[in-house]
Write a protein that binds this ligand. Structure first.
Ligand code: KG4
Ligand code: ZN
Length: 336
């Protein structure tokens, strides 16, 4: 069975994964998130430099964890896009170097398809077709997955901020630190989700989402308060607005397309309320929900290796060695 090394550097995580026939052998992540904290968001140049420093040590760690050497690898997969151009470039250059030096096939893959494929490591073969909701600091996409090794059909996306970006911005305006998702999630557990009626943009139309107005509504509401801000209630009400819209649209996509499986991925899929509400609404609609464990939802190399493993198994041709890092790689394109 072929052993696939996956390299992920599209944002601030240097992720290296090793997969053999849907079995995860190693999943090592070096994050530069702490270096971005004081800026309140990811600084692309800082992320690129951190990838450069972390690349070789993280690959070595992954090999050690898997108990193998470079000579045991059969293919290399790397995130070719979408993502931060400079950050992607580090991963793609490293992947080409390993591929050339070891004479191994190289697969330049789509980050979003990798977020979908990772679920096979935990829950077995993907039910296809499936609807995928991918929500992170960089993306908010609703996709129809017919075959993750071939193509994904975009149904909707954010027209402004990504869902995770909204969490990060709201956390920042409340002075809760970065990244905002986990802190808001925790604060919300002690708050009332019905305390403040924040807007749910585009709820009735289509599959696109918008979170910029919601973020502004939270800012205006906070500004208007005299005295202490009820942080827990603000977090709970904001979070409820986000997950209400996301789950409603995802379920509507399932109903409209007649697809009985929903898969959720991306950093925001770690959100406890999103997981809970998605489960409730899927149960009510008779839809089977699949969400990988939180560590596989945030960016990692295992997801890239998982997709690479599926591409090899499906007999898909490798990418040319001159493949580009494509910061705006279209979602329809699974592999370059
Ligand atoms: O997938 P990811 O690690 O990287 C990107 O591709 O962006 O996602 C990071 C995003 C951040 O915006 C972070 O605030 C958000 O995921 N996030 C969460 C939670 N954990 C992480 N958002 C809401 N609730 C959480 N528990
Ligand atoms: Zn991601």
């Amino acid at each position: 069975m072929p052993v696939v090394l996956g390299i992920e550097t599209s944002c601030d995580e240097t992720g290296i994964g090793i997969v053999r026939d849907r079995v995860l052998l190693a999943d090592e992540v070096a994050s530069s998130v702490a270096e971005h904290a004081r800026f309140g968001g990811v600084v692309p140049e800082v992320a690129s430099r951190a990838h450069l420093e972390a690349m070789v040590p993280t690959v070595d760690r992954a090999l050690a964890t898997a108990g193998i050497t470079l000579g045991d690898l059969d293919a290399i997969a790397v995130t070719a896009g979408p993502g931060l151009a400079g950050a992607l470039l580090v991963g793609v250059a490293a992947a080409k170097a390993y591929s050339l030096a070891l004479d191994l096939p190289l697969y330049g893959v789509n980050h979003l398809a990798a977020h979908v494929a990772v679920d096979v490591l935990e829950h077995g073969p993907l039910p296809e077709p499936a609807i995928a909701l991918l929500v992170s600091g960089g993306h908010s996409s609703l996709l129809l997955v017919e075959d993750v090794t071939k193509t994904m059909v975009p149904l909707g996306q954010t027209i402004d901020d990504a869902a995770g970006e909204a969490f990060d911005k709201v956390a920042r305006l409340l002075g809760l630190g970065f990244p905002g998702g986990p802190v808001v999630d925790r604060a919300a557990r002690n708050g009332d989700p019905a305390a403040i009626a924040f807007p749910r943009a585009l709820l009735a139309d289509g599959y696109d989402v918008s979170f910029s107005g919601l973020k502004t509504a939270v800012a205006r509401w906070v500004e208007r308060q005299e005295g202490e801000i009820p942080v827990n209630d603000v977090c709970a009400s904001f979070q409820e607005a986000v997950v209400d819209v996301l789950t409603r649209k995802a379920l509507r996509a399932c109903t409209d397309t007649g697809v009985g499986h929903l898969l959720i991925g991306g950093g925001v899929a770690a959100n406890s309320r999103l997981r809970e509400l998605a489960q409730q609404r899927c149960d009510a609609a008779g839809v089977v929900l699949r969400v990988p464990r939180p560590g596989l939802c945030t960016d990692n190399g295992a997801m890239v290796a998982a997709l690479g493993d599926r591409l090899v198994a499906a007999g898909i041709a490798p990418s040319p060695l001159d493949l580009p890092a494509d910061s705006s790689m279209p979602v329809e394109l699974v592999c370059l």
